[in-house]
Design a protein. Structure first.
Length: 189
């Protein structure tokens, strides 16, 4: 079955970012695609060391659990990344993970090329667009396809569960999930 992998970059157990990704995954599943959400919450993701060992090993030399995620990214047709906004940018752990995933892809067989997905940003007040732009660089440099929605993939919320009150934001994420699923079905058939 076709699969979309979603990664949640929030360190919180009951995070707003996870709630938003669950809404996105639910919409994808309505299109008869499988989803899996992986949380980086308990992981200590190190930044890329630029050692280029991945070119020989076909995986990252760092052993912190990211290789298991990379294997799941390889097997998926879609890849969506959600992060809370910290000081106007994406959380460091999610960017470290993306940089290493991208390095392994580019150093091996470019497994990210033509995957369909995109970024999602969640914040209490602001910094969404800068965060989305920051994460879009990963998708674009890796030859990925990023569908649009009716607005940018951002949702407002600070207190636990508050994101569900942002109806426009949640509708945008649902539409994005539907667009990801629709493109996978069109392009991968």
């Amino acid at each position: 079955m076709r699969k979309v992998l979603l990664i949640c970059g929030s360190p919180r157990k009951e995070s707003n970012t996870m709630k938003v990704l669950e809404e996105c995954a639910s919409e994808i599943e309505k299109n008869n695609l499988e989803t899996e959400i992986i949380s980086l919450r308990k992981m200590n993701i190190d930044s890329c060391h630029a050692c280029l060992s991945c070119a020989k090993l076909k995986k990252c030399i760092l052993e912190d659990g990211l290789n298991e995620i990379i294997d799941k990214v390889r097997e998926s047709e879609g890849f969506i990344v959600g992060t809370p906004v910290y000081f106007g940018t994406a959380r460091g752990a999610i960017m470290a993970a993306l940089q290493r995933i991208g390095m392994v892809s580019r150093s091996t067989n470019n497994f990210l090329s033509w995957k369909i997905g995109g970024p999602v940003a969640v914040a209490r007040r602001g910094g969404h667009t800068a965060t989305i732009q920051e994460m879009l660089m990963f998708f674009f440099i890796n030859d990925m396809i990023v569908p649009g929605s009716t607005y940018w993939n951002m949702v407002f919320g600070g207190a636990p569960g508050e994101v569900l009150e942002d109806e426009e934001g949640i509708d945008t994420i649902r539409r994005f999930g539907n667009n990801v699923a629709s493109l996978i079905k069109i392009l991968k058939d």
